[in-house]
Design a protein around this ligand. Structure first.
Ligand code: GS8
Length: 221
């Protein structure tokens, strides 16, 4: 592959960018990661994602693809020679898209609320909501090794980046994921045994530092 053919506008602790790094690693696609400073966005980011001005953006042969789940689907379609992420059956594909959407609509907002709140009651409500949402996801996993069944798939890619936030959630919410969602923690550890995942996820302590930094900037103690 020619140098610069695949470029990712990236941010090391972003769960959304991590999805893209995992999908590219699953497909063994080489890429150039360009770390963005979101307080001083590059002209390339503004040009490639003029609508949302957000990372991640995948630039493939000079053309941008935005929104992490759309990017993961694109990667799955373009590099379809190995490690299929979405199932071939349309019903199962729709089912996977539903759960990936659930993660964006339920997990991310509740996690963000917990990460950015200082008020005790708001924080407790966010923690309760987050745990309930994760428990529901744990139920969906059931006794399967992965959300993709016997193999790592689309929903696994969508969810596993949030594992690096578990430590931050536990510190901020004063609870234990192991106690609340033991099967989900076993699933996460299983995913972490894959090189594509372990090399793409950011260290949980670095994530916690970034969360504390963000709380300082927002003026929440
Ligand atoms: C979310 C991307 C996002 O929130 C996706 O790609 O799935 N739905 C999108 N990106 C954040 C960084 S990660 O927290 C971002 O770029 N924020 C900058 C901004 O909003 O100005």
């Amino acid at each position: 592959m020619a140098a610069g053919e695949v470029v990712l506008l990236d941010l090391f602790f972003s769960p959304f960018a991590t999805r893209v790094r995992i999908a590219l690693a699953e497909k063994e696609v080489e890429f150039e990661s360009r770390e963005e400073d979101l307080s001083n966005k590059s002209s390339l980011l503004l040009k490639m994602n003029p609508v949302n001005k957000q990372i991640p953006v995948l630039i493939h042969k000079g053309k941008p693809i935005c929104e992490s789940l759309i990017i993961v689907e694109y990667i799955d379609e373009v590099w379809n020679h190995k490690s299929p992420l979405l199932p071939s059956d349309p019903y199962h594909r729709a089912h996977d898209r539903f759960w990936a959407d659930y993660i964006d609509k339920k997990i991310y907002p509740a996690g963000r609320k917990l990460g950015t709140s200082s008020d005790h009651e708001v924080k407790e409500a966010a923690k309760k909501e987050l745990i309930e949402n994760f428990k529901l996801l744990e139920g969906e996993l059931g006794d399967k090794p992965y959300y993709g069944g016997n193999k790592f798939g689309f929903v696994d890619v969508a969810l596993i980046p949030f594992y690096t936030f578990f430590y931050s959630f536990e510190k901020l919410g004063n609870f234990s994921f192991e106690a609340e969602c033991p099967k989900l923690v076993s699933w996460a550890k299983r995913c972490m045994q894959k090189d594509s995942v372990s090399k793409s996820l950011c260290d949980q302590h670095k994530v916690y530092e970034a969360v504390l930094e963000m709380r300082k900037k927002l003026g929440v103690e």
